[in-house]
Write a protein that binds this ligand. Structure first.
Ligand code: ZN
Length: 245
């Protein structure tokens, strides 16, 4: 910025400092818009956990139902076989045949008894699962409206913030017009690499001058240039320096 005099440069740096305040405000607003309120997060997590649990329970229920259906079919099948064997037994021609049918019927009845014994715990498991499912569904039916309400509330909050952000961005654009483009670009590049601050004040402390960005004592020749209104960057953190009041 060879041709520009010190006073004008100080003016530009001050304007840039003001612009940075607007940028930092915009950073805060954008972060606020993106972050979800604690309560919403908590309820959302609760609903997701319950939904996951419900999905697991329903899957288990489907498995049990399948097993139960298989049992029922087996029972039907065995009962039919029992009836058939009984009918055939009545037609038996000899004592030997009679005994054979007897044995066969006994085998079938044993198998039926086994299946019935298995059915009881299966039905108990299904009943308790049904109870658990109903309980989770009840919890979900109470939490979901709460989540809906919180999401709506958050959407309104974010909507309001976005309006504010749009206004501030407009103000920012107007402010940026008063700043030399090269300086603005330099500031923006530093800001990106330095946690949001591209320009900082130089603060006097006794005989020393410190950079407010990194708190390091500045070399005298650097401090002098800053006092003269030159565009100088802190040798340590690389931020643009503005003469403090
Ligand atoms: Zn520094």
């Amino acid at each position: 910025m060879g041709g520009v005099n010190g006073a004008e440069q100080v003016e530009a740096l001050r304007a840039l400092y003001g612009l940075q305040e607007k940028d930092l405000e915009l950073d805060r607003l954008r972060e606020e818009a993106e972050s979800l309120p604690e309560e919403l997060l908590a309820v959302k997590r609760q609903v997701e956990a319950l939904e996951e649990r419900l999905a697991g329970l329903l899957e288990r229920q489907a498995e049990l139902q399948k097993e139960y259906n298989r049992h029922s079919l087996d029972l039907e099948d065995l009962t039919a076989k029992e009836k058939q064997a009984e009918a055939e037994q009545r037609q038996a021609q000899s004592a030997k045949e009679q005994t054979q049918y007897e044995n066969r019927i006994q085998q079938i009845r044993d198998r039926i008894r086994e299946l019935l014994e298995l059915s009881t715990p299966l039905m108990e498991a299904m009943e308790s699962l049904e109870g658990e499912i109903a309980q989770v569904e009840e919890e979900l039916s109470q939490l979901r409206p709460r989540l809906e309400a919180l999401l709506e509330e958050n959407a309104r909050r974010v909507g309001g913030l976005k309006e504010t952000i749009a206004l501030k961005e407009e103000e920012r654009r107007a402010m940026a017009q008063g700043i030399p483009e090269a300086l603005l670009k330099e500031y923006e590049a530093i800001r990106r690499s330095r946690k949001g601050t591209g320009i900082v004040r130089m603060r006097r402390q006794g005989n020393a001058f410190r950079c407010e960005g990194c708190n390091v004592v500045l070399p005298t020749h650097v401090a002098q240039k800053v006092v003269q209104g030159q565009v100088v960057r802190c040798p340590t953190c690389g931020r643009l320096l503005l003469k403090g009041d």
